[in-house]
Design a protein around this ligand. Structure first.
Ligand code: CA
Length: 232
């Protein structure tokens, strides 16, 4: 996979560090977004759904530690912490909280690049587990065959509309990821988002009704203010 398919969000309030990291990532083909505050980071996140976050702990509007805790309630995406806090105990606490890696400032840019590649590889591998050699996607008691357009829940084939099937395929291809309504709409319909929030909700709700008999409707979770994801 080429790097320009990966989106990275830098949440850091020091302009010099931001600019170093931005240049590094941009040069290496990553699509890069920069947010100097947590608030802006959140809105960039919702709009662009990055594949990885580089997070400074000392931000003007929120402590990075609280951000990690928050992100971890709805997503498993890789978080690399960059911080001036250097004690070994800080590092262990951060990893326990759910950060995937930690770099103490000042850090070497090549080192950061290497750590990013490791996390993205790891992330990509865990998504790839969902696809077997036959191209069939599997998630818990669900199977979805994109070629045959067949979806089964707990061994029973379900009759889904074209759009419902598309939504399930998008979610099952990225079982760890939160999708905004806009993303689901644009990918499932193949059209620009019409800003009609309810359309996606109605389809997801119809899918849930069809899933009820199999007892798997709870796999499909609404993330308030964000969109939808699967529950592992
Ligand atoms: Ca800072």
């Amino acid at each position: 996979m080429s790097n320009n398919k990966f989106k990275i969000l830098i949440v850091e309030d020091e302009p010099t560090i931001c600019s170093f990291i931005y240049t590094l990532l941009d040069t290496n083909g990553y699509k890069t977004y920069v947010a100097p505050t947590c608030e802006l980071g959140k809105s960039i996140f919702t709009s662009y759904l990055p594949d990885l976050i580089i997070l400074d702990l000392g931000l003007p509007d929120m402590d990075g530690v609280d951000i990690i805790k928050k992100v971890r309630t709805w997503s498993n995406l890789p978080i690399i912490v960059i911080s001036a806090r250097t004690a070994a105990s800080d590092k262990i606490d951060l990893l326990k909280l759910g950060a995937d890696d930690y770099l103490a400032k000042p850090f070497d840019l090549d080192e950061l690049l290497a750590r990013i590649e490791v996390q993205l590889r790891h992330h990509g591998r865990s998504s790839a587990i969902a696809t077997s050699n036959d191209g069939v996607l599997r998630f818990r008691d669900w199977t979805l065959d994109p070629q045959a357009r067949v979806f089964c829940a707990a061994g029973e084939q379900l009759s889904l509309t074209r759009i419902e099937f598309n939504i399930m395929e998008i979610l099952m291809r990225h079982p760890k990821r939160v999708f905004t309504k806009q993303e689901l709409f644009e990918q499932a319909w193949g059209e620009p988002y019409a800003a009609d929030d309810n359309t996606v909700n109605v389809h997801v709700s119809n899918i849930r009704s069809k899933l009820k008999a199999s007892g798997t409707d709870g796999y499909l979770k609404t993330v308030w203010g964000m969109g939808f994801k699967l529950v592992e």
